[in-house]
Unconditional design. Sequence first.
Length: 80
Amino acid sequence: QLIACGGLDNLCTVYRRGAGGEFSATEMASHDGFLSCCRFLSEQQLVTASGDSTCILWDVATAKPVSTFAEHKADAMFLS
């Protein structure tokens, strides 16, 4: 029921599908560079990777960062 995407606007947008098929969108903003990858860990948590050399663990319900991982020395390009 959840879809996440991002890109050059530095945002991760999470779309939630409602019971009637309609979608609502929530934008998560904290990165200073393009969003290169995002991955759900569960319906409650999402991780994003960015060209600002950070990865962020998000609380999906509040759209707030839980932890920021800033140990990379270059662009964080993907998550596995």
